[in-house]
Ligand binder design. Sequence first.
Ligand code: 6PG
Length: 479
Amino acid sequence: MLANIGVTGLAVMGANLARNFARNGYTVAIHNRSVEKTDALLEAHGEEGNFVRTESLEELVNSLEKPRRVLIMVKAGAPVDSVIEQLVPLLDEGDIVIDAGNSHFDDTRRREASLAEKGLHFVGVGVSGGEEGALLGPSIMPGGSRESYDALGPMLEKISAKYDGEACCRWIGTDGAGHFVKMVHNGIEYADMQVIGEAFDLLRHAAGIEPAEQAAIFADWNKTELSSYLIEITAEVLAQVDAKTEKPLVDVIVDSAGQKGTGRWTVISALELGSPVSGIAESVFARGLSSQREQRAVAQTALSAGVEEIRDLPADFVEDVRQALFASKLVSYAQGLDMLSSAAGHYNWDLKLDEIASLWRAGCIIRARLLDEIMKAYADGEAPKNLLFAPTFSRVIADAVPAWRRVVSTAVRLGIPVPVFASSLSYYDGLRRDRLPAALTQGLRDYFGAHTYQRVDQEGTFHTLWSGDKSEIEAVDTH
Ligand code: 6PG
């Protein structure tokens, strides 16, 4: 019997996706560079469904029904190109090559264009949900041509997570759109984790609440509008006691956060698009700072704290922190979605923000109750220009602002870093502000570089003769 799909690359994510297809009734041809992994999968899980064991890419390709669907799950970067290079000569027109790893969307665009020239479809698919999601139902963000989605989409929808019975998988848009959206998902994931960390730090070091007690607080918060996978697992991680030392596990974990790169890519891409994802950027920088361990060690003695004694914390500080966390989280989502709007224009993708929010409601790492509301905010009537303008959210955030300000100012006075709480609040205030000091920036640019400016009361572009008689002239717009 010919297989419905082939999977090459059987490390945990690839193996779990292959098993997910098989458990959903598809016949799955499997291949790995070293055959041991293939055999290990068959031995441990072979009875879960129909697998076809193959030892080479050629055998894999020959075992597939047409159009062939070959899913690659190898390390992002050169390994993906290498597998594609080996696969292409074995394929026929109309076959579909799928890259389900965390590839950079620019690589996906390049690969899609190159395979299209050969009559092949290349589909970059964002897959979120970690190892468990891959097996039990991830959130899936496929790019590539619409035509390829017709042949592949139903299978992906079947293995995806479901929210109220709805598949968390939709065609996102052409070429690299799927990987782009997954990248921004990860940027939001970084910010989500950082705001949780900031809340934890404040509760611990401003309010003196130990991890075990915080575990209960986070579990309670998970019953509020903050309800989400990341808050849920925060409660579990904080409750964990290290068997060796009997200390909270969080106290024996080295405090330098790693990163594989998708958060950094989000920020680089946002800079290119001119999209102000300040919360996401601060969360990437916070990981960077945490990893500068040598400098941090020197700073222990080299830098003075200059903190204030605060005798009385704001009355309900824990609730204040919860509200600040929610407001900051909302800003990160707003920034991520705004970045998607900018990208849609720039890359010519028809990104539907309500659909994207809908497929993040289950299966993925940032799944949260909030996403259902976000989906509705974009689906009902005219979509807001910014998520924060949607009536549900502008109201919620208005209620949270006083607490948010109290928390940020308390943190600043105590010397507790809250880069995302603070930058999100600045973003909020920056958006709200009638006049920004950007006017002065423009004046300065005009002074030293004759970069010109526009006036609030007159059309045109102007320049002041700063080194002359300081009169104003109409100028050619040089920005
Ligand atoms: C997911 C995750 C997953 C992975 C990221 C994050 O959506 O399932 O985002 O893709 O955990 O690679 O990794 P870093 O934190 O190492 O960048």
